[in-house]
Design a protein around this ligand. Sequence first.
Ligand code: GDP
Ligand code: MG
Length: 218
Amino acid sequence: MSSSNPFDEDQNKYDYMFRYIIVGDSNVGKSCLLLQFTDNKFRQNHEATIGVEFGGKTIEINNKKIKIQIWDTAGQEIYQAITRGYYKGATGAFVVYDITRKETFEHVEKWLEDVRTNASKDIQVILIGNKKDLESERIISFDEGNALAEKHNILFLETSAKTSFNVKEAFVKSAEKILESILKTGIDPNKINQNVKISNKDDDEEDEIREKKKLCCL
Ligand code: GDP
Ligand code: MG
């Protein structure tokens, strides 16, 4: 998949690590959003994801280095059999629909329900209306997306994985919220969520092993 290597030495120098999952119907652009964020690339014919793919990138918010690690669903969305393990330990979730396909929007509440039942209750969710570049084919208005997000009290943005519009902003906006709640509560993040962690040199190696294990076992 992406050429960015999440095990890269540099990427281990961070203050916090947030793990994200991306859910939504097939073909809404989940894998393309991941690739655009990590590698600034867009693939017109991105092959369907098989197995679990993941990518990472470190961003800076309020002088804190945040390592964002993203897990991409692996074609299971077709069978609606995404495992509990996939949701476990996620700090943030992207729930994605395609603004040109009504059914993908209609399925958003099902995906939200999935996140609510399987993920940590503290998970920070952002609703994403993707393919904003296809304005002429738009079926779902910005206001409809925004109203749904307000109803569920979650963040909302429209993006284009093709032009990169709002892609980085979506991760930044969501990570800012997570960071804000960590700083506000002043609680050791390790205690509230095992996957929001403060970097510690000794831990890094352990982390990598854990990450590799997860990859082979999911
Ligand atoms: P996934 O099944 O949700 O992972 O969807 P993919 O990322 O594989 O994308 C499905 C299709 O939509 C591919 O043909 C992509 O090239 C296309 N696509 C993804 N994002 C965008 C976007 O923002 N704009 C446009 N025009 N096409 C997109
Ligand atoms: Mg995919």
